[in-house]
Design a protein around this ligand. Structure first.
Ligand SMILES: *Cc1c(COP(=O)(O)O)cnc(C)c1O
Length: 395
């Protein structure tokens, strides 16, 4: 990577690890056969896909026939939610999700509402946690699907998935989890956790972009989403992204092998970062739960600071981070997640998400904090609200 750039937006995407890329390479150039072709070149591709499927299933503690490849995490979410809702609509049209889901999930439910489904959006507490009692109370006889994300992409909060899935199982309701952000950070064993459907995406754990997977527990009723050829055992049509699938499996295998060390590394960086920001900058809050969070995620709200300006000034120093406040860059609406945990529009607008990765160092953490101290100071100097606040004695 460009030496002048400090990349701390791993929740948005990661680079492909060199050893992952090397495993993918032959499937672009030499082993390019269509997996549906019966000659040897085709069979070679087919074999690569099935090996990848077994590797991913092994990591998740499930059977290979329960793993289906998709074109993204978004597609896996769409398939799980719409597929389960439609397949079970004769049984009922009530669905449950949370108010802090990724748009890939939230917008599916909004679409289904227009299609005549009824959706309950569970609230979260000030740290972004769902109360399992709220879920139990929301379930009705006509509830057919519950979808709760494993870990939040903005504030990093990790949900009590085992408890939530157990409630769903007891009531006989299908349980989907968007594990896109959690995968590669947490040792997820889908079967042990009673998860029925699980979405993942390779580019969040050092694999390639444009490839994801959906775990569909054997026996779960779900409609097809992409219609066409007979690929993926007649469930997801389209010529397979062979190199992508190989890369996803290689990246996941590496992630599972290095989980503890990776967690330790990220935790060390985030702790150092949080502690030193809190020490050196006043009027800052850490969003999310201090312990039950993804190890590399830090989401901060700086009072009297405009998030977009903060990001641009960090960018000028080579620091590539994400606004914690806007859902998509260019949008000025504060994030639905920050509003759901109870932040005011004003506070939410001054938010920053830093997500550390494998290659980040403690020196980089210190460099980011030094720059934050300077930039936040400058922006506050320009803020009439801050001036007012100080005049009134900082209350
Ligand atoms: C990134 C992300 C997605 C979307 O995955 P894509 O592969 O980029 O489509 C969905 N959910 C969460 C929580 C994510 O972080």
């Amino acid at each position: 990577m460009n030496k002048n750039i400090i990349y701390v937006d791993h929740a948005a995407t990661t680079y492909v690890k060199p050893e992952v890329f090397e495993e993918m390479r032959p499937y672009f150039t030499d082993l390019f056969g269509n997996p549906s072709s019966i000659y040897s070149l085709g069979r070679e591709s087919k074999k690569a896909i099935e090996n990848a499927r077994s590797q991913i299933a092994y990591c998740l503690g499930v059977h290979p026939t329960e793993i289906y490849f998709t074109g993204s995490g978004t597609e896996a979410d769409n398939w799980a939610i719409k597929g389960a809702a439609y397949a079970n609509r004769k049984k009922g049209k009530h669905l449950i999700t949370s108010s802090i889901e990724h748009h890939a999930v939230l917008h599916c439910f909004q679409f289904l509402e227009k299609e005549g489904f009824e959706v309950t959006y569970l609230p979260v507490n000030e740290e972004g946690l769902i109360n399992p009692d709220d879920l139990a109370k929301a379930i009705r006889p006509d509830t057919t699907l519950i979808s709760i994300m494993f870990a939040n992409n903005e504030i990093g909060t990790i949900q009590p998935i085992k408890e939530l899935a157990a409630i769903a199982k007891e009531k006989g309701v299908i349980f989907h989890t968007d594990a896109v952000q959690a995968m590669g950070n947490i040792d997820i064993k889908a079967k042990d956790l009673n998860i029925d459907l699980l979405s993942m995406s390779a580019h969040k754990f050092y694999g390639p972009k444009g490839v994801g997977a959906l775990y569909i527990r054997k026996g779960v009723r779900i409609d097809n989403f992409v219609h066409g050829g007979a690929q993926e055992r007649n469930k997801r049509a389209g010529t397979e992204n062979v190199a992508g699938v190989v890369g996803m499996a290689a990246a996941l295998k590496l992630a599972y092998e290095n989980l503890e060390e990776y967690n330790r590394h990220l935790r060390k960086l985030s702790d150092r970062f949080i502690n030193s920001v809190m020490e050196r900058i006043p009027y800052v809050r850490l969003n999310g739960n201090r312990e039950k969070r993804l190890p590399g995620n830090v989401n901060l709200s700086f009072r009297f600071v405009e998030g977009e300006s903060l990001l641009l000034m960090l960018d000028m120093k080579g620091i590539q981070a994400s606004s914690g406040s806007a859902c998509t860059s260019g949008s000025l609406d504060p994030s639905h997640v920050l509003l759901a945990i109870g932040l005011s529009h004003e506070i939410a607008h001054g938010s920053l998400r830093i997500s550390f990765g494998e290659r980040n160092t403690e020196e980089e953490v210190d460099y980011i904090v030094d720059n934050l101290v300077e930039i936040v100071g400058k922006l506050r100097q320009m803020s009439p609200l801050y001036e007012d606040f100080i005049k009134k004695g900082g209350q």
